[in-house]
Design a protein around this ligand. Structure first.
Ligand code: FAD
Length: 288
């Protein structure tokens, strides 16, 4: 069910809170970012809700246990994409369509445009946000390897202030992050990158499919690599990067990568297939 139908079906009470027949869920409607942060501090625990494309899947599957939500969709302060002298700043509420259309992202981080283009169909790209993709913490999230390989910084904001966490330290385990319950992801900071950027997703179909393997790379004097769907969290392939920095052949780099991955068998793919594909993708990247 689309968000606008949930909003229509749930009556709003005098305080702007929504309650309703859909399993007695409550949706708080902040008018500003500072409102939202105060609600998280004073009225939590609350589950942030952005484009709702992941949350609705859980609702439809009957696995959405949370009952109290905070609607971020109207907080335009979290939607901006701009550049400082040496940094690209992307607000958490930027949708995948916003990323595809942004001149700043096209110029500075084309691999993020490539990732956004392969997320779902147009409807999902119009609603799904980069903050939701990251906070949802699926190891298959398509923007995650891009942020990992770019050494992005996650900006977390609470009523008490903000803190910056390196993206590569944001995940602590399968679907676990360092974000506290009173914090929102406000956005991401990405320092300028030199070298060639590269992104590949392998799924059952070209679009509308969750990835079996997703990989992003940057090739300059050295090679950087990050992969999704091959471990409990997105990973930087640090050992492979290190052997390449020491001049390893493509075959040796592939072997190191195979040792570094710990994919699982699931309904989308087998571990063996994921490992083979990741190694083949690496060879293609290095040879190009
Ligand atoms: C049909 C379909 C196809 C899809 N295809 C793809 C695909 O190809 N690739 C892919 O990667 N994903 C895909 N997805 C998953 C989803 O669309 C993306 O992960 C999307 O970016 C989620 O963003 P959202 O704003 O809709 O998140 P929401 O559903 O609103 O939220 C997701 C999670 O993030 C939390 N959250 C959201 N924003 C914030 C914030 N600012 N701060 C803190 N927590 C926050 C929420 O509490 C929730 O736990 C697909 C989903 C569907 C339904």
């Amino acid at each position: 069910m689309p968000l606008h139908r949930l909003l229509r079906d749930l009556p709003i009470d005098s305080k702007g809170a929504m309650t309703g027949s859909i399993a007695n869920r409550i949706l708080l409607q902040p008018r500003s970012l500072s409102d939202a942060l105060k609600m998280l501090r004073d009225e939590g625990p609350l589950t942030p809700l952005a484009g709702c494309t992941d949350l609705y899947v859980s609702l439809n599957f009957g696995t959405l246990k949370e009952t109290r939500f905070l609607n971020l969709w109207g907080l335009d302060a979290l939607r901006t994409i701009d550049v400082g002298r040496d940094v690209l700043r992307v607000g958490a509420l930027a949708t995948h369509t916003d990323l595809i259309r942004s001149k700043h992202v096209q110029q500075r981080l084309p691999m993020l445009v490539a990732a956004a283009r392969e997320i779902g169909g147009v409807q999902i790209q119009n609603r799904g946000t980069i903050g939701g993709n990251v906070a949802n913490a699926s190891p298959a999230g398509d923007t995650l390897p891009v942020l990992a390989v770019a050494d992005a910084v996650v900006v977390l904001q609470s009523a008490g202030g903000s803190r910056r966490v390196p993206f590569n330290e944001f995940y602590t385990g399968y679907r676990q992050t360092v974000r506290r319950g009173d914090e929102l992801i406000a956005g991401f900071e990405i320092a300028s990158l030199r070298g060639r950027q590269w992104f590949r997703k392998v799924g059952t179909r070209a679009a509308q499919a969750i990835s079996k393997v997703v990989i992003a790379g940057v090739k300059d004097d050295e090679v950087r690599l990050a992969l999704g769907s091959v471990a409990p969290t997105v990973i930087r392939a640090r050992r492979t990067e290190a052997v390449l920095a020491r001049g390893a052949s493509i075959e040796d780099a592939q072997q190191t990568l195979l040792d570094e991955l710990s994919p699982i068998d699931d309904l989308r793919s087998t571990a063996a297939y994921r490992r083979r594909v990741a190694a083949n993708l690496l060879a293609g990247f290095l040879a190009s």
